[in-house]
Design a binder for this molecule. Structure first.
Ligand code: MN
Length: 281
């Protein structure tokens, strides 16, 4: 059984640049999704890129804060970050590690740099949950770099965080959105990524440049994908690094209030009340 449509390929619906912003206690980051220009790519609510060797840009971290209604995926490329949450989970994320947290009905956590200087680089992605999964129990998973499959080909490697690629399954799944998340390094030729039909998604180029169906995508640009079928990235001559992310859209109403993402305003009010009553502790 194949989930791709033969002879169809993904194209670029639009190109978007991230917006420099700050969050947490003053961490400077590049918000690629979750801006006025690109509020979401259903089912993805946010993509933040952090990348700085200036400690002032990251040292304050993200002290304790709540979440409800979605999943957070943190992928470290360089540096160390310590996570602690109110359910007793604790983990140290190092280069190449992933943390996947299904916040569901809620918890509080902190995400603090465990370094005084040097490069801190990585991503945080927010993946929405369907209404029927928003109030389930939270789930927390640390995925060490060594357990994430790397698929090597001629001129490329694919580090598969979620989804299926070339017969390999990534370590993380979500039952409704069934996301595909891959970190792709492309040095020459082209690489075809097995994005299922029906997925919506984007490719974020964080180093170099690639071509997608004839559209050049430069560093720090996200290509929001159109069409169906697989996604082919072509190297225009320099090494490229691309975060490729897709999933089944939820097509549900989205009401956001900071760290809470629900379907209705009443549910946001309930989240705020629950937080004030200490139900996230
Ligand atoms: Mn958080």
């Amino acid at each position: 059984m194949t989930t791709q449509t033969a002879n169809k390929t993904r194209t670029v619906a639009r190109l978007v640049r991230g917006l420099p912003t700050s969050d947490g206690a003053g961490v400077r980051l590049n918000r690629v999704i979750g801006t006025q220009a690109l509020p979401d790519v259903d089912p993805f609510l946010m993509l933040d890129e952090f990348r700085s060797d200036d400690p002032k840009a990251y040292i304050a971290g993200f002290p304790e804060h709540p979440h409800r209604g979605f999943e957070t995926i943190t992928y470290m490329l360089a540096g160390r970050m310590r996570h602690k949450d109110t359910r007793g989970n604790e983990g140290l994320l190092g280069p190449g590690d992933v943390q996947w947290m299904t916040t569901a009905r809620g918890l509080q956590h902190s995400e603090m740099p465990e370094q005084q200087d040097g490069l801190m680089q990585g991503f945080q992605l927010w993946l929405n949950l369907p209404a029927k999964e928003k109030m389930l129990d939270p789930v927390y998973k640390d995925i060490p770099a060594a357990t994430i499959p790397v698929i090597a080909g001629d001129g490329h490697t694919i580090k598969l965080i979620a989804g299926r690629q070339s017969g390999v399954t990534g370590p993380i799944a979500s039952p409704t959105t069934k996301p595909y998340v891959a970190d792709v390094v492309l040095t020459k030729g082209e690489v075809t990524l097995d994005i299922p039909d029906g997925h919506a998604g984007f490719a974020y180029v964080y180093d170099g440049a690639v071509d997608i169906a004839g559209t050049r995508v430069e560093r720090a640009q996200a290509a929001v994908l159109a069409g169906e079928g697989a996604l082919t990235l072509t190297a225009p001559g320099e090494e490229a690094r691309v975060l490729v992310v897709s999933g089944y859209p939820l097509k549900e109403p989205v009401v956001r209030h900071g760290p809470f993402v629900m379907n209705t305003v009443a549910e946001i009010h309930e989240a705020i009340r629950d937080y004030q009553r200490g139900l996230f502790d």
